[in-house]
Design a protein around this ligand. Sequence first.
Ligand code: PMP
Length: 345
Amino acid sequence: MTLEQVRALVRPNIARLTPYSTARDEYKGTLGIFLDANESPYSTGYNRYPDPHQKALKQRLSEIKGVPVESIFVGNGSDEAIDLVFRVFCTPGVDNVVAIEPSYGMYAVCAAINDVAVRGVALGEDFSLPVDAVLAACDAHTKAIFLCSPNNPSGNAFAREDLLYIVRNAPAMVVVDEAYIDFCDQPSLRFEVEKEPNLVVYQTLSKAWGLAGLRLGLAFAHPEVIARMSQVKYPYNISALTQKTVIKALESPIDAQVKEIVAERARVARELKSLPCVLKVYLSQANFLLVKVTDADALYDLLVSRGVIVRNRNKVKGCAGCLRITIGLKEENDQMLDVLKNFKV
Ligand code: PMP
């Protein structure tokens, strides 16, 4: 898709929007007597508004991710970036999005909040990506396609060529949610956003980086798409505390922990497969396993009664009989396995 075509997908009222101009947009210096933003003059450490453009944070992320600052959006979790795609591209009550099923629940919830219809496309055998069905589900009002790789809750990653085929042949924006990419043996699609202006790649610091409590999600896209998202976001969407703390946290590498989680994932999968109550452990490229069991509700209740909380996906379309189990510390995983070992099938 050309940049011209992407421009044509933007909601007309957003294309015409005059964004809010903050006090910090109008005077960009850092020294002076600041009487421009109605802040308190008494220092609490946080009496000044944070940088609305998150320049220092984006600079650091740009170095780590190898993507120019202009192609990076940071949000209050990737949930904010998900919502922004609806607000920038979809006219409520008129437009629709296409989303794979099963996948991360927030795509459908954000769609419902924004009064945008979702055209669900069921994943195939073992949660494979039905490339042609995804494209066939689009019509003239489809503004975005939501894909997630590695996918939540199935855990599998889709082939890069299949994802790029959809990007290159879609009449809409294509979101590839890479929340779990750090646990995956396939490379990220984020380096493609320069060439593919309809591609938006999401990542998050909530998983491998261990910063879920701070709320920091990333979106990588063509600079024009990032500019639109930035115009629509709340001016000060990332608090000063989060910006500062994340910059510090980014100094500590995560490789050793990721390696440990990936090794534990293989061990736990192996152990689970040997249990009578386990029918199938799906291949995972994420930090969790989707496990088909003999009685999901009974096993879920048993685990809870022993203080082990997993996600019961039994009622999710395509996941009947399944539990989603996050990979924790070795001792935590062992406790979970012990409960399942003692379940009488
Ligand atoms: N995308 C996927 C696929 C997820 O599973 C999650 C959280 N479970 C998110 C996004 C949300 O991440 P964040 O904490 O950055 O909002």
